[in-house]
Every structure is written in structure tokens, then in C-alpha cells.
Design a protein around this ligand. Structure first.
Ligand SMILES: Cc1cc2nc3c(=O)[nH]c(=O)nc-3n(C[C@H](O)[C@H](O)[C@H](O)COP(=O)(O)O)c2cc1C
Length: 241
């Protein structure tokens, strides 16, 4: 085979791969434009660490749901690490710490700040691509969120709450109704990451699934197509318990 033919075959292969990648990602981008308009002031988070002295096995064996705490505040470094563990970018093409069906990333992640050193109380959206926080609303909403979570006091008392939501349209576009199931599976992957990261940081955390969806939507100021799936709360662990 002549060199010319080999070059032509290679060019065709590269072009078709690039085209299929852009087609694969187009629906997400279109929906993101609608759902993720820039809303407010942005805070650059500290770079996350990808090493620690805690092995995966240790984190797995120590993972526990913890609802009582010993401190009111956590640091922005700890917040950065928790958000990264949930949805941080780990590959140049946009791959994340948690897997996603078709790499369509239906999850969104909100941070409710009650006690983070140097960060105003309020609701922030995590922007994985830039590893930044984007302000959504001002003020402490933890008590209202606890009320939406059927009065669970730990939601009010945590230094932060993380709220996971899903935009089902991102996965339904490609997978039909299965896309809803995929989003539910994905939040499980992300949630387990946060649990394990919390062990490594010596933070207590618990997932909250018992809540009133429409109340959470209202309190966190979610978009029309965002569905709340999980609330996480985190604070420094009370080792005595
Ligand atoms: C889908 C789901 C929903 C949950 N919802 C709540 C909740 O609303 N409130 C709560 O205190 N714990 C909640 N939990 C935490 C469980 O109570 C906890 O995982 C269980 O008691 C086992 O304890 P462990 O996580 O320490 O192993 C939930 C866990 C899951 C997986």
C-alpha cells in the first residue's frame, strides 16, 4: 500500500472519530447552555490533592454515616476536596472522578455554606470545568433546607450541605427513559466518592434522601429541569461518638 493511501485512511479515521465525539457531546452542551447560565460572582477553589495517607481500603472500612459534630466551620481546602471527589475533572477531555453514562454528565452539584472559613453564607453552584464556585443566592438557608428535609436537624447543623441534582434531559436525549435510571446510578457513584473522601479528611458526613422535592427546589433556587436527588452534610467529625 502506498504512503499516500495510508495517509488518506488515517485522515478519514481521525475525522470520523472527531465528528462522532462532537455529536456525542452536543446534546449536553445545548442543554447546559439553558440550565447553566452564568449567575453570579465566582470563587476559585484551591487545587485538589490527588494523594493522601488514607488507603482506599481504610476509607472503605471506616466509612460511616455521622450525624453529630464537634465544630462549626470547615476550610475552603476541605470544601474543594469534597466537591472534586464528587464531580471533579480528571481528564483533558472532561472525564470526572465519577463515571457517567455516555459521558453526558446529568448531575449538578450545589454547595450550601453555613460555616466555611472566608466564604459568605449562601448557595453556590460547583463548576467542575473551572473548579470554581458560582454564587446563586446570599444568606444561610440551612434551617429552611432542614425543614424541606422533613425537619432533620443535622441538615441545619452541618457546616455545609451538598445538594446533588440531575437534569434528566441530558441522558434521556440519548438513552430514552433509561436515562433517568442512569442519572440515579450516577449520583450513587458520586455520593460514595464523597463518603470516602470525607473519611480521608476526617470529616463526618451523611447522605439525606428523605426530603420534599419541591421544597428543596424552591429553597436552593433550582432550575425548572433540575431534580434534587441527594443532600449531603459535612462537618468535622466528633471522634468521641
Ligand atoms: C438512599 C439513602 C437515603 C438515606 N436517607 C437518609 C436520611 O434521610 N437521613 C439520614 O439520617 N440518613 C439517611 N441515609 C443514611 C442511612 O441511614 C445509613 O446509610 C444507614 O443507617 C447505614 O449506616 P452507615 O451509612 O453508617 O453504614 C440514607 C442512605 C441512603 C443510601
Amino acid at each position: 500500500m502506498s504512503t499516500k493511501i495510508i495517509v488518506i485512511i488515517l485522515l478519514v479515521l481521525v475525522t470520523t472519530t472527531l465528528l462522532s465525539l462532537s455529536i456525542l457531546h452536543r446534546p449536553t452542551e445545548l442543554i447546559e447552555k439553558e440550565e447553566q447560565q452564568d449567575m453570579g460572582e465566582k470563587i476559585k477553589l484551591p487545587e485538589p490533592c490527588n494523594t493522601s495517607n488514607t488507603s482506599v481500603e481504610t476509607a472503605l472500612s471506616q466509612r460511616r454515616s455521622i450525624r453529630t459534630y464537634s465544630r462549626d466551620t470547615i476550610t475552603i481546602e476541605e470544601v474543594s476536596q469534597l466537591l472534586w471527589s464528587a464531580q471533579g475533572i480528571t481528564a483533558p477531555w472532561g472525564g470526572r472522578t465519577a463515571p457517567s453514562a455516555g459521558a453526558l454528565y446529568p448531575l449538578e452539584l450545589y454547595l450550601v455554606v453555613g460555616g466555611v472559613e472566608g466564604v459568605d453564607k449562601g448557595v453556590y453552584r460547583y463548576r467542575p470545568e473551572e473548579h470554581k464556585l458560582e454564587k446563586v443566592t446570599d444568606g444561610d438557608i440551612r434551617a429552611e433546607l432542614a425543614d424541606a428535609a422533613l425537619g432533620q436537624e443535622c441538615v441545619r447543623d452541618g457546616a455545609i450541605d451538598l445538594v446533588f441534582t440531575a437534569v434528566y434531559e441530558r441522558t434521556i436525549g440519548k438513552y430514552g427513559e433509561s436515562g433517568i435510571r442512569y442519572a440515579h446510578m450516577e449520583v450513587g457513584h458520586a455520593a460514595q466518592n464523597v463518603y470516602l473522601q470525607a473519611v480521608s479528611l476526617d470529616l463526618g458526613t451523611v447522605v439525606i434522601g428523605a426530603f420534599n422535592d419541591s421544597k428543596v427546589k424552591k429553597v436552593v433556587n433550582l432550575g425548572e429541569r433540575e431534580n434534587p436527588l441527594y443532600i449531603f452534610l459535612c462537618q468535622l467529625e466528633e471522634r468521641a461518638n
